[in-house]
Design a protein around this ligand. Structure first.
Ligand code: HEM
Length: 326
C-alpha cells in the first residue's frame, strides 16, 4: 500500500513536497494569536509580583531597599519594580517553555496526559510570551533610567537609557558590567532562536533543529543573570535557595533528554561502534556535564553555598546599580 503522507521522526505527518498546503506551515501570526491567553496569564502573574514587590517596599521588608537604601519609595521607583516583576514572569515562563521543550525532545511517556500536538503548541506560545516578557523587563528598566536621569536634556536621557539597557558593554557600574551583558545575551539569542522556527521551511528542518538546541543557553544565561543581579535573591536566604532548587527539574529533564532522546539519530550508541564516529565524545561529554549539573545543584541546595551575600547589619555603602553612586 502506498500513501501520500509520511510521518517524520517526531511523529508529525508531512505531505509530499510540492503538494504541501500553505496552511501546513505554522504561521507566526497564528501562533501570536494562539499565545494571547498565555500572554494574558503572564500579565496577571506580572501584576501580582508587582503588587507583592510594592507591598514589601512599603512595609520595609524589601530586599531591593536593603541592597539600595535610596530606593525606599515605591511611588517613585514603580517602573523599577515593574521591570523586576517582568523579569520574574519572564524567568517563570522561560522555565516552563524549556521544560515543555525537554519533554518533547526527551523520552516519551507511555501514556501522555496531553497529546504531543498540544504540548508543541504550548511550547511555541509560551516561548513567544517569554521573549515578549524579557523585552518588557528590559524596556521598563530603560524607562526607569529615563525617569531618573533628570540632569540632562531629553535626547541624552533617551540615548543613555537605551545604551545602558541595550548596548552590550555600555553599562559601566558595579555588578551590572557583567550581569547586564549576560541578560542582553539571553534576550538577543532568544529572539532569533525562537523565531527561526517560522522560517524552518527555508533553512531546512535539520539546520533549525541544530540551532534550536542552543536555546538552552538562553535559559542558562537568564538564570545566571538573575543569580548575579537580582536584588530579591541577593542574600543567601530562602528565595535564592528556591531559585536554585527550581533548576533541578530542568537539569534532570535535560539529562534524561540526552540519555534517551526521542529522535533515534541522537542516541549515543555503544562506545565500541560509536567511539570512532565524529561527535561521539562530544555527546558523551554533554551527558556527563548534565549529570554533573544535577549533582552540583543538589550540593548547592544542601550545603547552602549558593553565592548569596550575607545581609549586612548596617545599610551598605555601595550598591549594584548606577544610582547608588550619585
Ligand atoms: C537587555 C537585557 C536585560 C537588562 C538590561 C536587564 C536588567 C536587569 C536589572 C537592572 C536587574 C536588577 C533588578 C534588581 O534590582 O533586582 C535585573 C534583574 C533581573 N532580571 Fe534582568 N535584564 C535583562 C535581561 C533579562 C533576561 C533575558 C531575563 C530572563 C528571564 C531577566 C530576568 C531578570 C530577573 C528575574 C531579575 C531579578 C529581579 C529581582 O531581583 O526582583 N533579565 N535585570
Amino acid at each position: 500500500m502506498t500513501s501520500d503522507v509520511r510521518p517524520d521522526e517526531d511523529g508529525a505527518v508531512i505531505p509530499p513536497a510540492g503538494r504541501r498546503p500553505s496552511g501546513d506551515r505554522v504561521a507566526l501570526r497564528g501562533d501570536l494569536r494562539a499565545a494571547l491567553p498565555d500572554a494574558t496569564a503572564a500579565v496577571v502573574v506580572t501584576v501580582l509580583v508587582f503588587a507583592l514587590l510594592w507591598a514589601r517596599m512599603e512595609s520595609g521588608a524589601s530586599d531591593t531597599v536593603a541592597v539600595m537604601p535610596f530606593m525606599d519609595d515605591p511611588g517613585t521607583y514603580w517602573m523599577y519594580l515593574l521591570s523586576q516583576a517582568f523579569g520574574w514572569s519572564a524567568l517563570l515562563w522561560a522555565w516552563g517553555t524549556v521544560m515543555l521543550g525537554l519533554l518533547l525532545s526527551g523520552p516519551r511517556p507511555a501514556r501522555p496526559a496531553v497529546s504531543r500536538q498540544v504540548l508543541e503548541r504550548w511550547h511555541r506560545t509560551t516561548s513567544l510570551t517569554t521573549t515578549a516578557l524579557m523585552f518588557a523587563h528590559a524596556l521598563m528598566f530603560a524607562a526607569e533610567l529615563v525617569r531618573y536621569e533628570t540632569k540632562v536634556d531629553w535626547a541624552e536621557r533617551l540615548w543613555v537609557a537605551f545604551a545602558d539597557t541595550f548596548v552590550p558593554g555600555w553599562y559601566d557600574s558595579g555588578t551590572g558590567q557583567v550581569a547586564i551583558p549576560i541578560g542582553q545575551g539571553a534576550l538577543y539569542l532568544a529572539i532569533p532562536l525562537g523565531l527561526l522556527f517560522y522560517v524552518r521551511h527555508r533553512i531546512g528542518a535539520n539546520t533549525w533543529r541544530r540551532l534550536h538546541r542552543f536555546v538552552i543557553v538562553v535559559y542558562v544565561l537568564s538564570v545566571w543573570h538573575t543569580l548575579l543581579y537580582g536584588t530579591n535573591v541577593w542574600y543567601g536566604e530562602w528565595p535564592r535557595t528556591v531559585l536554585w532548587l527550581l533548576q533541578l527539574p530542568v537539569a534532570v529533564l535535560l539529562l534524561l533528554r540526552l540519555l534517551r532522546p526521542a529522535r533515534r539519530a541522537e542516541r549515543l550508541g555503544s562506545a565500541g561502534g560509536g567511539a570512532a564516529r565524529p561527535g561521539w565524545w562530544l555527546r558523551a561529554a554533554g551527558r556527563v556535564a548534565a549529570g554533573a549539573v544535577v549533582v552540583g545543584l543538589v550540593v548547592v541546595a544542601v550545603s547552602g553555598r549558593d553565592g548569596g551575600r550575607d545581609r549586612p547589619t548596617h545599610p551598605p555603602a555601595t550598591a549594584p546599580h548606577a544610582q547608588e553612586t550619585d
